[in-house]
Ligand binder design. Structure first.
Ligand code: HEC
Ligand code: CU
Length: 257
């Protein structure tokens, strides 16, 4: 073996030994000193979802969750004169968050919850924007913070439950699996939402437009393929219902505003 080859081999051995020592030190740090990667706080409540918490009529707390490419909550309304504590976290990559027209400017860093306090004196609409490039949807990433006149401010009431679980009509919808394809709160599903169906103008697949009255509701339930709503597939199964059950369902739907 030539001297230069011997030298090369020695260098390789030293390099490998160096890497092994580094791995050994890392293992030592983890096992003896319990050094770990930072835990992601977004996995821990209350920072999984965005929310507005009311502490008092002029003190609020907002948990903003940034993710590609939106903020949760999308819109927050507080009355003028309030102090807002903003907590910010991200569920994916790093985002930058600026509330235009204020000095709120925070980074949303994975695993970290950042905080700032803002006071709003006058009614005004503010834009919350992402100013750290975070992917193709970056420019769309925005949310609204509206500061309104305290006289017109309506506290965020918890959403009134749309369903009355004790209502026999609702129980039937549930028991007959209607709710797997239909919502009663207006949201989209496999079938049209049943919210506000009574009196609704509906375009049918055959081009005709009908107004949903008793007769139509009864027919849609008892014989789903007779009239198919435009834009939906004729997939609703013919349900096994007694005359009484159909009546209860129709009556329930008539009152589902
Ligand atoms: C497998 C999914 C599915 C199930 C289960 C289902 N539906 Fe439907 N339903 C649909 C679809 C899709 C439409 C729209 C196409 C059509 O008109 O047939 C529809 C249409 C309707 C309509 C007319 C809607 C409109 O906008 O005019 C009513 C009323 C209705 N369903 C009631 C019910 C009731 C009550 C049940 C339970 C007994 C039920 N559905 C179960 C899928 C379903
Ligand atoms: Cu972003």
């Amino acid at each position: 073996m030539t001297p230069s080859l011997r030298l090369e081999r020695r260098i390789i051995i030293i390099a490998i030994a160096f890497v092994l020592v580094l791995f050994g030190l890392a293992a030592l740090a983890i096992n003896m000193f319990h050094v770990g990667l930072p835990t992601c706080l977004t996995d821990i409540k209350p920072f999984q979802k965005g929310e507005l918490i009311t502490h008092s009529p002029d003190h609020y707390e907002v948990h903003y969750v940034a993710r590609m490419w939106e903020f949760d909550p999308e819109e927050v309304v507080v009355p003028a004169g309030s102090t807002v504590d903003v907590y910010l976290s991200t569920t994916d990559v790093t985002h930058g968050v600026i509330l235009l027209g204020t000095n709120l400017n925070l980074m949303a860093v994975p695993g970290v919850v950042n905080y700032a306090r803002v006071k709003f004196d006058r009614p005004r609409d503010y834009q919350l924007l992402c100013h750290e490039y975070c992917g193709t949807g970056h420019e769309r990433m925005a949310a609204k913070l509206r500061v309104v006149d305290p006289a017109t401010f309506k506290p965020n009431e918890p959403k009134a439950p749309v369903q009355q679980p004790t209502d026999p009509g609702y129980r039937l919808l549930e028991a007959k699996d209607c709710l797997t394809c239909h919502s009663i709160d207006g949201s989209e599903s496999i079938g049209p939402t049943l919210k506000g169906i009574y009196g609704r103008k509906t375009k049918l697949a055959n081009g005709a437009t009908i107004v949903a009255d008793d007769v139509y509701l009864r027919e849609s339930i008892a014989n789903p393929s007779a009239k198919v709503v435009n834009g939906f597939d004729d997939v609703m199964p013919k349900p096994e219902l007694t005359e009484q059950e159909i009546n209860a369902l129709v009556e329930y739907l008539e009152n589902l505003k």
